[in-house]
Design a protein around this ligand. Structure first.
Ligand SMILES: [Zn+2]
Length: 364
């Protein structure tokens, strides 16, 4: 919004302009408070929408149906911060985490501590994260899973290990182990994974130390934060014609100029307006893809239990209620039929095939 000085007459144009700005700001604030915020609507949903798995919109502006939960515990993982109820994702994302947990254990990583994935129906979150809205993002801690089951309280309170020095933006060498590199390489090895976000210090560590095959470094993308966890992003999945993908990463290893920028002052200048509301704080339903209203309106799954992933590459949940045939979604002609049964098997493509579990003592 711009205000033309010429349209504001009077002897004290600056004061008049200032008053006009205040008045306009008040109007805008009024409009925002009148319209419910999307983060409140999506943050209030405790269970996923009963419909076939489908992502709508972009990673930082969207929602999804057919979410499944990763169980709180697996042989090779534990879910952290359970009270946030963010262990939901597209079935392919959840299956991929399970597969990573097994493969990483075979590589010698004791197990995954799983951070935020998505809210049950995605959408903007009440706190944290701009992305994680369409069920295709997941945070995994760089701290290995301890050799015991953490209590609920520990899962809420334990801090992850900061791997990067605040001042130098370099990895703390005493903390970074070859097994961290192996874990990231394993995560990047899956074709579904398009990007892995890490702190620039971690990217630099990989650039400086990885020998042999470096093609996977292309997927490792430097970003602010991500210094105690890494962030896995998979691509739009089959059956989601309204999912907006991200442009492909450049073909090179990303260790050149773009990385050097992160070690200049520019990216670290203090935010001039730290208290300004973030996009997720302002978004209303009008800012999200129109299908997100449908996603909100769909009935709840039976229970969290009914839509919890069982492993083995099958996205489960026979006990979800039969939904009434939902109205067809405009612009969804190429997608799954609107009345597709909830949580029926999603297309085989992109879903990891089951593999034998490693013995229980691997990596412990
Ligand atoms: Zn993340």
């Amino acid at each position: 919004m711009t205000i033309s000085m010429r349209s504001l007459t009077g002897r004290r144009p600056f004061l008049t302009a200032a008053l006009a700005i205040v008045a306009l700001a008040g109007l805008v604030a009024g409009a925002i408070t009148a319209e419910p915020r999307a983060k409140d609507l999506f943050g209030a949903k405790k269970l996923p929408a009963v419909a076939a798995a489908q992502s709508f919109g972009f990673y930082s502006k969207g929602c999804f149906t057919g979410g499944v939960a990763i169980p709180m515990d697996g042989q090779n993982w534990e879910v952290m911060r359970p009270s946030r109820n963010r262990r939901w994702g597209h079935p392919t994302m959840i299956a991929l985490i399970e597969k990573l947990s097994r493969d990483a254990a075979a590589d010698g990583w004791p197990g995954l501590l799983i951070g935020d994935i998505s809210q049950p129906r995605g959408g903007p979150m009440l706190t944290g994260h701009a992305s994680h809205q369409i069920g295709l993002d997941a945070d995994i801690w760089l701290t290995p899973m301890p050799d015991r089951k953490l209590t609920t309280q520990e899962r809420e309170n334990i801090s992850a290990t900061l791997m990067v020095d605040d001042k130098t933006h370099l990895v703390k060498d005493r903390l970074w182990k070859p097994i961290h590199t192996k874990l990231l390489k394993r995560a990047a090895s899956y074709p579904e994974v398009e990007r892995i976000l890490v702190n620039p210090g971690i990217k630099k560590k990989l650039c400086d130390t990885v020998t042999g095959d470096r093609t996977w470094l292309r997927k490792i993308r430097p970003f602010w934060g991500h210094d105690y966890h890494f962030h896995i992003r998979i691509g739009c999945q089959p059956g989601s014609p309204n999912c907006k993908g991200q442009e492909a990463t450049p073909d090179d290893d990303g260790c050149g100029k773009p990385l050097a920028w992160w070690f200049t002052e520019e990216p670290w200048r203090p935010n001039k307006n730290p208290d300004a509301p973030k996009a997720r704080d302002l978004m209303t339903m009008a800012n999200l893809p129109k299908q997100c209203q449908f996603v909100l309106d769909q009935p709840d799954a039976d229970s969290a239990e009914a839509v919890t992933y069982r492993g083995g590459g099958v996205p489960i949940a026979a006990r979800a209620p039969e939904p009434d045939a939902p109205p067809p979604i405009a612009g969804n002609a190429g997608g799954l039929p609107g009345a597709a049964n909830a949580f029926t098997a999603t297309p085989e493509i992109g879903i990891p095939l089951p593999r034998r579990r490693p013995p229980a003592n691997v990596g412990q």
